[in-house]
Design a protein around this ligand. Structure first.
Ligand code: AP5
Length: 222
């Protein structure tokens, strides 16, 4: 199964992706995580992307599409992928459809995590992620057992540079003006599931799984 997870910044894409990939046995492909890892490793791509991510702007499509499509072709993605943060505009969605078609695959379902803007701002201001594996915490809703330390791998927790200042509003504006159009794109293919993301993390996870099952049953029956 190939899934696109759509949601504004702070809607819980990364949080739900971790749970869903383990429940569904598919690979998690997160474009933002890939850019942050590339920067930590000081690759040319990482350094180039950092200038955009720090300002809260989208990294140009040519860089992003090539990076994600090449990741999807890796062996661990053959059993299915959950795409988190990609595509973010219609051009990326079209390139993704083309790229998947070339390897005989397609997006099966697009999940939209619906969360109000004021809640998004609160979540982003309280988010911390771990240096080693990008595990996500929140000082209000999902704190680590020991402050500043990842429960899962013991690495340092830090606040993302784009979770502060003007970059936050800019990222949300891009989502609500541009990325949200993906709902029409996938809606016209009858592939959208809308989930209320403004609930407890486990409730959201259960609802997503139930809705995916119901959606696949519906598709099977035609
Ligand atoms: P990326 O890393 O993808 O960031 P994002 O889209 O801005 O999404 P976030 O990671 O901010 O939010 P999330 O929905 O994953 O929320 P999370 O689960 O952490 O992208 C970063 C940058 O890379 C972009 O700005 C851009 O520059 C570039 N980029 C990436 N992809 C690109 C593309 N396709 N094209 C071009 N450029 C691209 O949750 C947020 C917080 O809330 C956490 O603290 C969490 O613990 C908490 N939380 C989660 N769920 C709940 C809940 N139900 N209740 C309470 N708290 C919750």
């Amino acid at each position: 199964m190939n899934i696109v997870l759509i949601g504004a910044q702070g809607s819980g894409k990364g949080t739900q992706a971790e749970k869903l990939t383990s429940s569904l046995g598919i690979s998690h492909v997160a474009s933002g995580d890939m850019f942050r890892k590339a920067f930590d490793e000081k690759t040319e791509l990482g350094v180039k992307a950092k200038a955009y991510t720090d300002r809260g702007e989208l990294v140009p499509d040519d860089i992003t599409v090539a990076m994600v499509l090449s990741r999807i072709k890796e062996p661990d993605c053959a059993r299915g992928v959950l795409l988190d943060g990609f595509p973010r505009n219609i051009a990326q969605a079209q390139a993704l459809d083309e790229g998947l078609k070339d390897i005989g695959r397609q997006i099966d379902v697009a999940i939209y995590l619906d969360v109000p803007r004021e809640e998004l701002l609160k979540r982003l201001s309280g988010r911390y992620i771990c240096r080693a594996n990008q595990h996500v915490y929140n000082i209000y809703a999902n704190p680590p057992k020991v402050p500043g330390v990842c429960d899962l791998d013991g690495s340092e927790l830090y606040q993302r540079s784009d979770d502060k200042g003007e970059a936050v509003q800019k990222r949300l504006d891009i989502f609500f003006n541009e990325t949200v159009r993906l709902l029409d794109y996938y809606g016209s293919q009858d592939k959208v599931i809308v989930v209320n993301g403004n609930r407890d993390i486990d409730q959201v996870h259960t609802d997503i799984l139930n809705q995916i099952n119901a959606f696949m049953e519906r598709k099977k029956k035609g």
